[in-house]
Design a protein around this ligand. Structure first.
Ligand code: ADP
Ligand code: MG
Length: 236
């Protein structure tokens, strides 16, 4: 199904020039179908964050091709004029550190993006509350971020990454601070999202609890990826 999901071909990223250049990605190929969740694993410094940032149009690759949905984003140069709009409308980010907005309560942290995308406020808050409920933090809806535990903040950040139902979700260590029950709840929601909204999702993780749940995994080492079948363990 070319033209949908995530496709990258021969993507390379070099930081710096000359003697100090770092080749962080070397001809990486990756395909994630709509509705599919893949894991990306590799040791520290192997290029995971660099790959996620290229996929999220946060940094510019040095060479290669990248298609998100049915849009060619990068072809040895950006093809998209408005990268901010692309990131806002097409890509959901779930970062390791939650980065919640400190002066908005939980529900408005989650509802902000759909409000900015012109969804009526009541509907945006309802959508936000549904996701908070699915993530078992609805009882914290009117709390401020500083009043939450680390695990609660992370679940709110996950709700925020999912709320716009972007066609692509990029998650960097989304379950790292969570206990195993909560980590499994998060991975279940990520899989439900993928299935229900035909979202293509890449999850960077070291988390041994969730690695067996992926049906397909990309390993990365020194900027080189290879693909393998995962266990695809049932989430029930
Ligand atoms: P990971 O997320 O797997 O730990 P990164 O993508 O952060 O790996 O880093 C891959 C390589 O690129 C490492 O050698 C790292 O030192 C280097 N690197 C990452 N970001 C930069 C940067 N902004 N400038 C120079 N080198 C960088
Ligand atoms: Mg990293």
């Amino acid at each position: 199904m070319t033209g949908h999901g995530i496709h990258i071909e021969n993507l390379s990223k070099r930081y710096g020039e000359g003697d100090t250049a770092v080749f962080a990605l070397k001809n990486v190929n990756m395909h994630v179908a709509p509705g599919e969740v893949v894991g990306l694993i590799g040791p520290s410094g192997s290029g995971k964050s660099t790959l996620l940032k290229c996929l999220g149009a946060v940094i510019e690759p040095t060479a290669g091709r990248m298609t998100l949905g049915n849009e060619r984003i990068y072809d040895d140069g950006w093809n998209v004029r408005d990268l901010r709009a692309l990131r806002r409308d097409k890509i959901g980010f779930v970062f390791q550190a939650p980065y919640l907005i400190p002066f908005l309560d939980v529900i408005d942290n989650v509802a902000l993006l759909p409000m900015l995308a012109k969804m009526p406020n009541a509907e945006a808050r309802r959508t936000a509350l549904d996701l908070l409920r699915a993530l078992d933090v609805q009882h914290r809806a009117t709390a401020m971020p500083s009043q939450l535990s680390g695990g609660e903040q992370q679940r709110v950040a996950i709700a925020r990454g999912l709320v716009n139902r972007p066609p692509v979700i990029l998650a960097d260590e989304p379950t790292a601070p969570l206990d195993s029950e909560r980590a499994m709840a998060v991975i279940r929601i990520i899989n439900d999202m993928a299935r229900k909204f035909e979202t293509a999702i890449v999850v960077v993780t070291h988390d041994e609890k969730i690695i067996p749940t992926f049906k397909r995994l990309y390993h990365i080492r020194d900027g080189v990826t290879h693909e393998e079948a995962g266990e695809g363990r049932s989430l029930e």
